[in-house]
Write a protein that binds this ligand. Structure first.
Ligand code: XLS
Ligand code: MG
Length: 346
């Protein structure tokens, strides 16, 4: 038996959120970036997921020198707290230039803005100490299906990825697919699209996927199977574990909160395929319920980490001889009964 994986956990500062949604404002006092960083280690997290403007607030109003100075300061803040930056992602969905998307915007100057911002993100990532860039293609898609030529859009996305790979020969790009929200129809909706883009890129070994459970569910797919597909191609850069109760807005619920069995199967796929053995993080991307009182609420992060570890124990304590016997006898009814009772601790 190979040694058991010791999992490392990450989340993004945006996961300690203040409760604003499209229908109402913040309901909790915001905390500073530094105050949020202080919470990681005591909660059992050592990885920090970052957007470019989590690192450099007001990025668009600063000179290159100012941006790099701030990135260097953030590296010190991370080092001081024993934290590892897991990745940096360009936030291509806030600025006025990204209203119609980033790499796929119809305006040439807006596309240029997006490309420049991706390059700046790479500079920031290297300065804080990570080679991993996450592309969540928020507004790469359409609200009006006829507003963009999807073939041209996919060509532009591939060109953009190649430009980034070329800009820095050591980075990895992790694409985080999502089928909708904020757009109606998003480009690169699944891990299948991601893997195809990776193979089509100029350096397939440096393009991977980041699978968020809720995003797979929104696409009508099984998150564990999506993870397995990426791993079958050695292309699972990271995960964003959370949950989603059916087809509605992106909920980012606690891991396992809607479907514990699906959560178990995600953990199982990761555990059985050695995810984490090369330093990959168990990333969480979870929203605090708006109803929660207090400031700098982190209960959801502790809960989801605890659920993950409890499910690892469930995977490890499964009687595999029993399981194999059910499979050999094609007694899947028996297998299901065994699994459900095992999950319930009966
Ligand atoms: C949004 C995404 C986002 C990414 C990082 O749906 O999950 O939070 O993980 O840009
Ligand atoms: Mg995510």
């Amino acid at each position: 038996m190979s040694e058991q994986t010791e999992y490392k956990f990450s989340f993004g500062p945006w996961n300690i959120s203040e409760g604003e949604d499209p229908f109402g404002p913040q309901v909790r006092k915001p905390g500073t970036f530094e105050a949020k960083l202080d919470l990681y280690r005591p909660l059992g997290f050592e990885g920090v997921q970052l957007h470019d403007d989590d690192v450099v607030e007001g990025i668009d109003d600063l000179s290159v020198e100012q941006v790099m100075k701030r990135a260097a300061e953030v590296k010190v803040m991370l080092d001081d707290r024993g934290l590892t930056p897991e990745f940096v992602a360009p936030r291509l969905w806030f600025a006025p230039e990204t209203v119609d998307g980033g790499l796929t915007a119809n305006s040439e100057s807006d596309r240029q803005y997006a490309m420049d911002r991706c390059k700046r993100t790479i500079d920031i990532a290297r300065a804080v100490g990570t080679k991993n860039i996450v592309m969540w293609f928020a507004r790469e898609g359409s609200y009006c299906r006829e507003s963009k030529d999807p073939k041209v859009a996919y060509d532009r996305i591939l060109d953009g990825l190649n430009t980034m790979l070329d800009y820095d020969k050591e980075i990895e790009i992790w694409i985080e697919p999502k089928p909708n929200e904020p757009t109606d129809q998003a480009y690169v909706p699944t891990i299948g699209h991601t893997v195809a883009l990776a193979y089509a890129s100029n350096d397939p070994k440096r393009v991977k996927g980041l699978i968020e459970s809720a995003h797979a569910i929104l696409a009508g797919l099984d998150p564990g199977d999506e993870m397995a597909f990426a791993m079958a191609h050695n292309m699972l850069g990271s995960v964003h574990l959370n949950d989603q109760n059916g087809l509605k807005y992106d909920q980012d619920k606690n891991f396992g909160a809607a479907n514990l069995r699906s959560a178990f199967n995600q953990v199982r796929v990761l555990e059985q395929n050695g995810y984490g053995k090369n330093g990959e993080f168990i990333g969480l991307d979870i929203k605090v319920m708006r109803t929660q009182k207090g400031e700098l609420v982190t209960t959801h992060l502790e809960t989801s980490r605890e659920i993950f570890l409890a499910l690892v124990a469930k995977v490890r304590s499964l009687d595999t001889a029993k399981e194999q016997a059910f499979i050999a006898a094609r007694d899947y009814e028996g297998l299901e009964r065994y699994l459900l009772l095992h999950l319930m601790g009966v």
